[in-house]
Ligand binder design. Structure first.
Ligand code: GL2
Length: 824
């Protein structure tokens, strides 16, 4: 008998039903009782109750997509920085309030239970968080989509601070089970590695390549349901876990090699064991290449399986049905892998296979930093993926002969530059080049960045394929980054513009008409004040530092990197401190500088900067002479769930990268959306933020991209700035003393050294004076409460463009050509 399809209405729970369901799960799923249950058990029972809703909708979505045979986007990313899912899922299912009440009747606080959830930190920073926002938007806009990534057992390390220094501790997000993931043994894949390639006669005559793998690894999929806002579409994020393949274990095991079989198992499991903690750098390690191949190969097999279920081995519809987005160069190996599957396994002619690949793949570039454009040594490739190397050579030869030679006849320099293979002592495979050659579209992530990708990074490719290069400015999901993290402001916006803004963030623009309204200003600033008061408690609990919500909360939260210039912020705080010491009546509104940042474990200078911030904090926070006018806080273990507390409380958003280096930034969008004023350079999305909010509502400072380029071309000498600015000189000289590290002079000297002898590659000293002026402006603005409130309101109200739904719609229109699919 056909069961009647359930509508959203049929599915919607009321408070009593949800309460009953939570209690039922507490007893039957968690095996405990109301009397004995720990907060963790209550959290899991709540998640299980919510999952009843999620699974119904997931099944319905999958059935609909299957029935309609929809074209889908497959978003391949080595990182998905999901954070916590409980509050997000409740909001997206319109169950948050109901759940709050249901738990209230059980004597529990929903916000407390949400704190039980470990962050799913399967990413390093902006790139991984962007992927998480994008899959939220894809589901919200009802687009058929699958996220594919790696089921890391350990996500980004947990940061502890000991005597000011970063210590890395393993992150075990699923040690005690995670209620949001579902294991799918029925979709396990097997992945070959190593071995050799044999040329044989094929069935159809002609030669054929056969890859004899040296090892096989099992890929076990774990699905995380991705609930769209409104709860109509529930897509999946499929994360692959590596396991030893039984086929090999048993041979060794039966031959008496129990220990060896265990070693093999351990090795196989190592592949998805940990996330590489490097942000924007290429580790160049064998394991990393294997990780990349592992998840790409599993994903391509999965895509094939699903396609063949409907179309069999007829690949004429493949490119019409399948779009694959490469999130940075990390999944590039998916291109030769799809070629391998089509040519070697499905017996397609090379040209037919290439035509498919070219249409299917698109690539997003997220950075211009040369160290982030991955290169793998040819010899490593040959060892791990021998057949792929052959395919890459073939792609390269055809590209150079058929496209480069006719366009630039006899020009070996251009050939060498555009080749996928870099010649030299160690020959290398350039993944960026392979991405551009194998993709129909290449996009940057903010207007300025896309322009630089086209003009500076890949100019010849842009000449070859002018239509290929495009821009999609990043965005953030307003559900997590306003509705869920800033409930008071969300409620105010509901009142003033109605409840559609979480889907249509542009609606907030009408709030600008209240920017001068005294009563509205007061409401807005009262909410900011409440958020700051909440943060005051978190700061006290996490660091023991007392700060006052009266002060300006000035926030820099992002990975630690020289180009992001935490060191500029640091030396400016030191300058303020000097001014206060020289003149205790120095006229400034009290300021709390808040940092949150992890450094890559091997990045020595970044770690030194963290140490310096903490040592400065110790000194400044305990110096009675400055009467609490200056405080410095380093919040340990910066992560998504901490960002959700910091962002609503920020008055000032520090976006101070060297112009031309921050591809986009997304924290800049989140803070402005929550009413912070940006102090920033004309870099990445800051430029577009200032366009939307009006330059007069941001504190823009420093050299722009062209000025950075021309200063570098002229020959930048940081000593010019050091000697010309006595305050700057005094601050830098301070690093050589033991003022901040009593009895241990020189402990902070590496920072000064990098800024002088090191040549200051990120032009920190060149921008110092202008940065200091911009801070004075911020101070003046803040002391005029009406002026500040107006600017803060305008910032928040004009961030509609930075909704990740808009980014996704741009991807759909410019790249993916998808149709939305109504579910339910
Ligand atoms: C980054 C960029 O640095 C950052 O500016 C951008 O916002 C994000 C998302 O596009 O991508 N590139 C990169 O490698 N990481 C980023 O955060 N890790």
């Amino acid at each position: 008998m056909a069961t009647k399809k359930k509508t959203d209405q049929d599915l919607q729970l009321d408070k009593d039903q949800l309460k009953a369901s939570i209690v039922r799960h507490l007893r039957s799923t968690l095996g405990t009782s109301e009397q004995k249950a720990s907060p963790e058990a209550w959290w899991k029972a709540t998640a299980a109750a919510v999952n009843e809703q999620v699974y119904e909708r997931l099944t319905r979505t999958q059935q609909t997509h299957f029935k309609k045979d929809t074209r889908a986007i497959h978003y391949l990313s080595a990182e998905f920085l999901m954070g916590r899912l409980t509050s997000n899922n409740l909001h997206n299912l319109s169950l948050y309030k109901i759940c709050e009440e249901a738990l209230g009747e059980l004597g529990l606080e929903l916000t407390d239970l949400c704190e039980q959830e470990p962050d799913m930190a399967l990413g390093n920073g902006g790139l991984g968080r962007l992927a998480a926002c994008f899959i939220d938007s894809l589901a919200t806009l009802n687009y058929p989509a699958v996220g594919y990534g790696i089921h890391y057992e350990h996500g980004l390390f947990r940061q502890e601070i000991q005597d000011g220094r970063q210590i890395e501790r393993p992150d075990s997000w699923r040690e005690y089970g995670n209620p949001w993931e579902i294991c799918r043994p029925e979709s396990v894949q097997e992945i070959p590695l190593y071995g050799y390639v044999e040329t044989v006669f094929g069935d159809k005559g002609g030669l054929k390549k056969v890859w004899h793998a040296g090892r096989k690894i099992k890929g076990v999929p774990w699905d995380i349901p991705v609930v769209g806002f409104g709860g109509h579409t529930v897509n999946i994020l499929r994360l692959w876990e590596s396991r030893a393949s039984e086929f090999f274990d048993w041979d060794v095991f039966n031959a008496g090699g129990y220990i060896d079989s265990q070693a093999e198992k351990a090795q196989a499991e190592t592949i998805s064991k940990v996330l590489y903690p490097n942000d924007e750098t290429d580790a160049g390690k064998e394991l990393r290449l294997i990780q990349q191949y592992f998840f790409c190969a599993c994903s391509i097999k999965d895509i094939m399986r699903r396609y063949k279920r409907v179309h069999g081995a007829d690949f004429r519809n493949f490119a019409a049905q399948i779009a694959i987005q490469l999130n940075d160069t990390h999944p590039t190996v998916a291109i030769p892998e799809l070629m391998r599957v089509l040519v070697d396994e499905e017996d397609l002619h090379w040209d037919a296979a290439w035509a498919i690949c070219y249409q299917v793949f698109s690539y997003t570039n997220h950075t211009l930093l040369p160290e982030a454009l991955e290169k793998w040594s040819v010899s490593l490739f040959e060892k791990v993926l021998p057949r792929h190397l052959e395919i890459i050579y073939e792609i390269n030869a055809r590209f150079l002969n058929e496209l480069v030679e006719p366009k630039w006849p006899g020009n070996d320099a251009i050939k060498a530059k555009l080749s996928i293979i870099e010649e030299g002592d160690v020959r290398k495979v350039r993944m960026g080049n392979l991405c551009v050659i194998g993709s129909s579209k290449v996009n940057g992530v903010a207007e300025i960045h896309s322009k630089l990708v086209k003009e500076d990074l890949f100019p010849e490719y842009a000449e070859l394929w002018p239509e290929k290069m495009c821009n999609v400015t990043n965005g953030v999901t307003p559900r997590r980054w306003l509705l869920a993290c800033n409930p008071e402001l969300a409620a105010l916006y509901n009142e003033v513009v109605g409840k559609e803004w979480p889907l249509q963030l542009d609606k907030l623009r009408s709030v600008t008409k209240f920017a001068d309204d005294k009563a509205f200003q007061q409401q807005f600033m009262t909410i900011k004040r409440h958020n700051k008061e909440k943060l005051v408690k978190v700061i006290k609990a996490e660091t023991g530092i007392d700060v006052s919500a009266e002060a300006i909360f000035d926030v820099q939260i992002k990975r630690l990197h020289e180009y992001k210039r935490q060191q500029l912020n640091l030396i400016h705080i030191m300058a303020l401190y000097r001014r206060l010491l020289a003149n205790p009546d120095y006229d400034m509104h009290p300021r709390v500088f808040i940092f949150g940042s992890k450094a890559a474990p091997g990045y020595k200078l970044a770690k030194d900067i963290i140490y310096a911030i903490n040592k400065l904090a110790e000194r400044v926070n305990n110096d009675a002479r400055i009467q609490g006018k200056l405080k410095v806080v380093f919040m340990p273990n910066y992560r998504v769930s901490l960002a959700e507390k910091l962002i609503p409380a920020a008055d000032v958003s520090e976006q101070i990268s060297t112009a031309g280096y921050e591809a986009s930034g997304t924290g800049n969008m989140k803070m402005a959306l929550n009413g912070a004023i940006t102090i920033g350079t004309l870099d990445g999305a800051n430029i577009e933020i200032a366009e939307e909010a009006g330059a007069e509502n941001c504190a823009i400072f420093g050299l722009n991209v062209d000025e950075v380029k021309s200063l570098k071309a002229r020959g930048y000498n940081p000593y010019d700035f050091y000697y010309a600015n006595s305050e700057l000189k005094a601050v830098l000289d301070w690093f050589d003393t033991d003022y901040f590290t009593p009895g241990r002079p020189g402990e902070l000297a590496s920072i000064k050294r990098s800024l002088l002898e090191g040549g200051d590659p990120y032009l920190t000293l060149a921008d110092f004076a202008s940065y200091s002026e911009a801070h004075k402006l911020i101070d003046t603005w803040y002391r005029d409460p009406a002026l500040w409130a107006k600017k803060a309101i305008i910032n928040s109200a004009t961030m509609g463009k930075f909704n990740s739904d808009r980014s996704i719609q741009d991807y759909v229109d410019r790249i993916w050509k998808l149709k939305s699919c109504n579910v339910g």
